[in-house]
Design a protein around this ligand. Sequence first.
Ligand code: CTP
Length: 412
Amino acid sequence: MKLNKKNILLGVSGGIACYKAPEIVRGVRESGGNVTVAMTQSAMEFVKPLVFQALSERPVATSLFSLEEESRIGHIKVAETADALLVAPATANIIAKMAHGIADDFLSTAFLACSAPAFVAPAMNHHMWDNPALQSNLEILKKRNIHIIQPDSGYLACGSYGTGRMAEPSHIVSVLEDFFNLMENSDQKAKPLKNVRIMVTAGPTRERIDAVRYLSNDSSGKMGYALAEICRQLGADVILISGPTALSPPAEIETIHVKTAQEMYAAVMAKSGQAQIIIKAAAVSDFRIETPNPQKTKKSKTLTLELVKNPDILKELGRKKDKNQFLVGFAAESEDVRHYAEQKLKDKDLDLIVANNILQKDAGFDVDTNRVLLVDNNGVVDLPLMSKEAVARKIMDHILATDKCRSIIGFN
Ligand code: CTP
């Protein structure tokens, strides 16, 4: 079903090759597409609209000026809903009208109103085909990215031999199939994360001590925001759960703002079931004060704070993870980076961990660059110092190259 649900507007203009056009309708439908047929007046001299109506199971457009027809199958509506316009057979006359913007019947008007890719399968006598006027009209169409489906050579209806016989219906249908295949593949290459839901967490959390003070860390949120943005550019449907940062919320990304680790836990758990890839770049506070003072704590000689443990959000995600989820953690370390990263990868059941040494001057918290190790069950990739945007791209390239991710997102 290569033309799966594609709407093809088939324009049939008047030549002897009209008798082959019903085969095109059949071919498109067998390939899973829908066909709406628009016929010129001269096409109706060769084949009755009823034939196309029966095969396409749709009304056939024949007249621009029929009130009844225009209300059922208006030329603008038909043009706007088409995924492709195919004119087959295309006479020298319709080709000339298309090249010069003449709109005096349903088909030529629909062509001008249609922004979908257009295909033309010419059919005519070989002298007409060789005529410079016809050839220069074809050149005009080619320059406007209209696809010309080359006619075959052979015996023509007029009894002579030469080029001008309309390409076989099966070939015409395969040209459409190849076109849509190519479009879908290149779309998948440019936007490999299309229809993939990705959750990214970013920034620090804040744990209240009293009405005016809190515990937090130096995370700026830049790494997580850069990841959210690159995922969006790769076509993903991104949800960003952000701790307090000075960054502006990224455009076109659903962003949930949280402050504390507990709020982040609740937001992540509420949405994690929908995400196929989860990237936990946030620097979550491991501890909190169980009962913060709702007033400002007054000065005293010493102050002892008792901290309780926050939930480990990533560990909980690892515990709940199903086989169709790809889980990425970060490790902020000040020593033995690789060792601790490997430990966290295992302990939290991650598919990848991005580790950095936060004591390096140009990497880690609150700077624009980062130098990270990508650690997974296949080994370690040591990336050089680069911008956080470039690191984000490398992380996504690494994830996209894994078999697990490719099988989750259906990319091959
Ligand atoms: N993380 C989390 N919830 C926490 C603590 C950490 O989800 N309460 C996540 C972070 O978002 C990060 C990863 O766990 O992706 C590792 O965080 P890190 O601070 O490096 O390690 P911890 O697990 O907190 O362990 P430690 O502080 O002992 O190094």
